[in-house]
Design a protein around this ligand. Structure first.
Ligand SMILES: [Ca+2]
Ligand SMILES: [Ca+2]
Ligand SMILES: [Ca+2]
Ligand SMILES: [Ca+2]
Length: 689
C-alpha cells in the first residue's frame, strides 16, 4: 500500500538528511489571505521561554471538617470546570485523608477562570466556586466557624428583622418563633449547636446518597408499613436541628401539630404553620446556617404528631421575608400535590439508633417532574428532652456505611467498590472529550506547520486509589490524521523508573525495532517508557494515493483505537507521576533515535543526542530547552480539546486565526484560541473528521 506522495516525499526527506539546503522546498512561504497581522509563521516573535501550554497547573488543598472541627475523612471530592447543567466536567477526583485533607494538583485549561468544588455530601455545602487566578486553591468546608468563601449578592448580616414584618396571608397562617437576619438565620437559635459527628454524617450519606433514588436504593424507606409520622409519646421539649441543604432554592421549613387521633385530611385542617428555619441555605451557599443549628419547638405533649412542611423557594432574601413558596410539601403525603399515590411522599423518616435522632430527609422537587428522588435536598433531625420521647418502633433505621473492598471509600463513592487498589477515575481532558497531539514530523528540520503530519487523539484515565495515588493509567489513543508519508511510532515516557510498572496491556506492534522488558516497558531506558504502537500506518492505514484525513475529498479513514493500560506495582503519588499526557513522543519514520516531543519536554535515553542543534532545532539541554527552533517554533503542540484537522500545507496561523496572537503573547492573549468561537477559525482550511 502506497500513499500518493510516498515516493516524492520520501525522496525529498532522504535528500534533506543529506543536504540541508534542499529544506527550503518544503518550507512554508506564507499565505496571502491571512486575516492576522502575521502572514508567515516564520515571522512570529515568540518568547523564548514559551512552551505552548494551553493549560496551567493548579495546586489544590481542601480541608473538610465537622462542626466541631473534627476531620471528615474518606469523603469523595470532585473539582468541576462548571456545574454539570452548564456542561461542566470533572478536572480531578479524590478523597480526604485521615486529617480531612485532600491535597493534589491538576491541569486546568487557561480559559477556565473558576472551578466548582463538589462533595455532594450531606453535612457539607456543595458547588463551592473557587477562583483560579492565583494558581492555587486552599479551602476549608465545614468547621465550627465556616469561612465565607464567596460573597452573597445581598449585603448585610445580623440585621434583625421583626417577625411580624415578615407575615403574609398564605393559608395556613404562617406564624413565627422570632426574628432573623437578612440571611434568614433565626435570632432564636439554641445557644449551643448540636455536635454533628462524622459517623452520624456517614450514616446519613449511606442512607440517602446523592443522586441515588431512594425508590431504587432503599425502597423500604417509602413503603407503606414504615412510620412516616413524628409522634411525641411523652411530654418533652422538642428540637429541630439543621443538618444539610443541597438545593439551589432558598427553602423554608415549618411545623404544625395535630392529635395522632385526628390527622389532617386537607390543608384546611391545619390551623397554623410555625416557621422554624426561614432560609435553609448554608452560610456559603445563599444563606447563613451551619450544620447543628438548632431551634426549640417548645414543650409538646404526648399523642401529638409533629408535621413538617417544606415551602419551596419561599425565602426572599432581598426583603428577608417568607412567602408561601412555589410549592408546599408536607409530611402528610395526602396533602401533597402529586396525583399518583406512589409519588405523594416527600420525606423519609430514619431513626438513628446510635445518637437517638429522628432524621427527616426531604425531596424538594415535584416528584412527577424533575425530581431525582434522593430525598436529601433538606436534611434535619428531631430530638426530645425525654429519653424516649419519640415513637420509633416501626421507623426505618439509618444505614451503616458499606465499604465492600475495605479501602476506606464508601461503596456509594467508590468507582471500583470491589477493588481495594482502585477508587476513582480521573479523566484527561475529560470523561466525554478527547485531546490531541499535533506533530510536524521533519524534525530536526522544520516543516510547513500544518501540524497534521501526525494528529494523535487521546483520552487518559488516571485511576487513583483511596490514598489518591495513581495505580493505573488507561488511555484510548487513535490517529485522527497523518498528513505525511512517514510512518511513526508513538511512545509515552513516565517520570518514574521502569520497574515501577507492573504490566502494560494493549500496545500494537507490527515492526521489529522496539525491544521491551518483561513488564512491557521499553528496554534500555532510564524511566518507564511505553511504546503505544510502532507503526502509525497499521493503526490508520492510508489509502493508495492519499494521506490520512488531511485532504478535502480524500477517503475518510477511521483509525483503530489503541486501549493502553499501564498498571503500577504500587500507587504513585500524583505529584511524582505528573499529569497527562505525560511526555509523549513520536518515533519519526520508525527510526528509533528520532524522537519528536512537545516543546521543552526532554527526549528519552534512546533518542539520538547528535540530532539536537542540527537542522532548525535549537535545543539547549542545560536550560531545559528542547524541540524549539531558533524562532521558538515547536514541532508538537498539545490541545486538550477537539481540534479539527488543518488541511494539507495550510499553516496553523491561517486555520486557527488567533494562534499567532496566542503564541506571540506567550500564552496571555487568546488562551482559548483552539475553541470554536466566532472569528477563531477559518473553516475552509479545516476538516471535521
Ligand atoms: Ca433531590
Ligand atoms: Ca471501597
Ligand atoms: Ca475500591
Ligand atoms: Ca506538516
Amino acid at each position: 500500500m502506497y500513499c500518493r506522495h510516498l515516493a516524492p516525499i520520501s525522496l525529498l526527506c532522504f535528500t534533506l538528511l543529506l543536504t540541508s539546503c534542499v529544506k527550503e522546498i518544503d518550507e512554508y512561504t506564507g499565505d496571502d489571505n491571512s486575516t492576522g497581522q502575521v502572514t508567515d509563521i516564520n515571522q512570529m516573535q515568540v518568547p523564548a521561554n514559551f512552551s505552548y501550554a494551553n493549560e496551567r497547573k493548579i495546586n489544590f488543598s481542601l480541608t473538610l471538617k465537622t462542626n466541631t472541627d473534627a476531620p471528615l475523612s474518606g469523603i469523595r471530592i470532585s473539582v468541576w470546570t462548571d456545574l454539570p447543567e452548564n456542561n461542566g466536567y470533572v478536572l480531578i477526583n479524590g478523597s480526604s485523608n485521615n486529617n480531612g485533607i485532600f491535597t493534589t494538583s491538576f491541569m486546568a485549561p487557561k480559559s477556565v477562570k473558576e472551578v466548582f468544588i463538589r462533595t455532594s455530601y450531606i453535612g457539607l455545602p456543595d458547588n463551592i466556586p473557587a477562583d483560579l487566578s492565583t494558581g492555587s486553591i486552599n479551602v476549608t468546608l465545614g468547621g465550627s466557624s465556616p469561612h465565607k468563601i464567596k460573597q452573597n449578592s445581598v449585603a448585610g448580616n445580623n440585621i434583625p428583622v421583626s417577625g411580624s414584618a415578615a407575615r403574609n396571608t398564605y393559608v395556613p397562617v404562617l406564624t413565627y418563633l422570632g426574628g432573623w437576619n437578612t440571611q434568614g438565620v433565626p435570632n432564636y437559635l439554641s445557644s449551643s449547636r448540636e455536635d454533628i459527628t462524622a459517623s452520624f454524617l456517614s450514616r446519613n450519606n449511606s442512607s440517602l446518597p446523592e443522586y441515588k433514588p431512594v425508590t431504587i436504593h432503599h425502597p423500604q424507606y417509602l413503603s407503606g408499613s414504615s412510620t412516616t409520622e413524628i409522634e411525641i409519646t411523652q411530654q418533652s421539649e422538642v428540637w429541630m436541628t439543621y443538618v444539610h441543604e443541597g438545593a439551589n432554592n432558598r427553602n423554608t421549613i415549618g411545623y404544625y401539630k395535630y392529635s395522632k387521633f385526628h390527622p389532617p385530611t386537607s390543608v384546611n385542617d391545619i390551623s397554623e404553620i410555625k416557621v422554624v428555619f426561614p432560609n435553609l441555605s448554608y452560610i456559603n451557599s445563599s444563606g447563613g446556617l451551619v450544620s447543628g443549628d438548632k431551634v426549640s419547638l417548645g414543650i409538646i405533649g404526648p399523642d401529638t404528631i409533629i408535621g413538617l412542611v417544606l415551602l419551596s423557594n419561599a425565602y426572599n432574601i432581598s426583603t428577608a421575608t417568607v412567602g408561601p413558596g412555589t410549592a408546599q410539601y408536607y409530611t402528610n403525603p395526602a396533602l401533597n400535590p402529586e396525583a399518583d399515590p406512589l409519588k405523594k411522599n416527600h420525606h423519609v423518616l430514619l431513626w438513628d439508633q446510635t445518637e437517638n435522632k429522628m432524621i427527616v430527609g426531604f425531596e424538594d422537587d415535584n416528584r412527577t417532574s424533575g425530581s431525582d428522588d434522593d430525598f436529601n435536598d433538606i436534611v434535619v433531625y428531631i430530638t426530645t428532652s425525654a429519653s424516649s420521647g419519640l415513637s420509633t418502633g416501626s421507623a426505618n433505621r439509618s444505614a451503616a456505611p458499606v465499604d465492600t473492598d475495605g479501602d476506606g471509600i464508601d461503596d456509594n463513592s467508590d468507582e471500583y467498590p470491589y477493588d481495594p487498589d482502585l477508587a476513582f477515575n480521573n479523566y484527561y481532558p475529560s470523561d466525554k472529550s478527547f485531546g490531541y497531539l499535533a506533530f510536524e514530523d521533519l524534525w530536526p528540520y522544520k516543516g510547513d506547520y500544518d501540524l497534521n503530519d501526525m494528529l494523535v487523539g487521546y483520552r487518559f484515565n488516571m485511576i487513583t486509589d483511596a490514598n489518591n495515588d495513581v495505580k493505573e493509567v488507561q488511555s484510548k489513543i487513535f490517529i485522527k490524521a497523518a498528513g505525511g508519508s512517514y510512518q511513526h511510532g508513538l511512545g509515552i515516557e513516565f517520570p518514574v523508573p521502569g520497574y515501577f510498572v507492573e504490566t502494560v496491556n494493549g500496545p500494537v506492534y507490527t515492526e521489529n525495532y522496539i525491544s521491551n522488558n518483561a513488564n512491557g516497558t521499553e528496554s534500555n531506558q532510564q524511566n518507564a517508557v511505553v511504546i503505544v504502537f510502532d507503526n502509525s500506518n497499521s493503526i490508520a492505514p492510508c489509502q493508495s494515493g492519499y494521506y490520512v484525513n488531511t485532504e478535502p475529498g480524500s477517503p475518510v479513514i477511521a483509525s483503530d483505537t489503541v486501549r493502553l493500560a499501564v498498571r503500577f506495582v504500587a500507587g504513585i503519588p500524583q505529584n511524582t507521576l505528573g499529569v497527562a499526557p505525560f511526555n509523549p513522543f513520536i518515533i519519526s519514520n520508525k527510526r528509533r533515535g528520532y524522537e519528536i516531543h512537545m516543546p521543552d519536554k526532554p527526549p528519552t535515553a534512546l533518542a539520538d543526542a547528535s540530532l539536537f542543534n542540527t537542522g532548525q532545532d535549537r535545543s539547549n539541554m542545560a536550560l531545559g530547552r528542547y524541540y524549539k527552533s531558533e524562532n521558538n517554533l515547536p514541532w508538537c503542540i498539545n490541545i486538550p480539546a477537539e481540534f479539527p484537522i488543518i488541511t494539507e500545507k495550510t499553516s496553523i496561523i491561517n486555520a486557527y486565526l488567533h494562534f499567532a496572537d496566542w503564541a506571540q503573547s506567550g500564552g496571555t492573549l487568546y488562551p482559548d484560541w483552539y475553541e470554536d468561537k466566532p472569528g477563531y477559525r477559518d473553516n475552509n482550511k479545516l476538516l471535521h473528521r
